[in-house]
Design a protein around this ligand. Sequence first.
Ligand code: 13P
Ligand code: SF4
Length: 322
Amino acid sequence: EAELLAAVEEIRELKRQKNAVILSHFYMPAELQVEHKDGGIADFVGDSLGLSVAAKSVEADNIIFCGVKFMAETAKVLNPVKQVLLPSFDAGCSLAESITGADVRKLKEQYPGVPVVAYINTYAETKAEADICCTSRNALDIARSLGGDKLIFLPDLFMGRNLQTKIKAETGKELILWEGKCEVHEQFTPQRINGLKLMYPEAQVLVHWEVPDNTVADALTGAGGVVGSTSDIIRFVGESKTRQFILGSECDLGATLRGMYPEKEFIVPCIKCPHMKQITIQRTLEALRAIGTEKEALFEVTLDAEISRRALAPIERMLAFA
Ligand code: 13P
Ligand code: SF4
């Protein structure tokens, strides 16, 4: 406890001295999600879309990104004059790793003229080949808005199938999908969620777009629930009259929800994203200490200028859409 408080104090002081802000994702450990005004360290806590919007308007010289590498890269693309530091480069993502820019170029040759939607969970070189990006919050609206009878959605196979279920019924549009999977959300199998539903029949089920499509089909029957993004899940709980929920998403989102809605109960099979958990308060402190020293390069997100320029267009198209 004393060690944690000392780290929080030092981080707050270093942010001032080094003109830095901390952006933190909802999957971070609780101590990295407490906002500065409440005695914590984060200047902004959000989902991947909220963090992109926030990164774009940062005025401080340095952004410490408490999230994974593709998110920090997106911040750098959106605000290239700032220095973006990631506390650990082991914070990858199974979706982002599943596809390269060359893979997208091949898909485009195979399906000429078909629009390419790249999920934000991709690296900049993959985004650079896409027509538009999306996050879990706006994927459905963006996919609906594109013309034509086909679209390429990558790289999340399950999310693609979940979107396809809705879009095909409405518009007949066919989605061409990639084989990427989120190593966290793929573990929310129908057996896992159905077992909990038997035990807690009154509970509503909250599942992220990235869970398997056969899980979603079962999850929403009975007491109901929602399939959506992290912020859709947070909003749904706030608006629901139900008291008990089963969470089919990252473990630390359970802690976030308990903090936001202390009167409600959350049943959370605790599956942690090993990438997000590379970011700790200690590593965040080390990244801050490194600013202005020769250790800075260990944490700095750098992008090829041409890739960054090309990745900006599909991200900006997404933000304009919102
Ligand atoms: P959000 O877009 O909901 O923040 O999701 C990010 C993510 O990594 C989901 O696994
Ligand atoms: Fe990637 Fe899944 Fe981790 Fe999100 S939870 S960062 S999609 S591996």
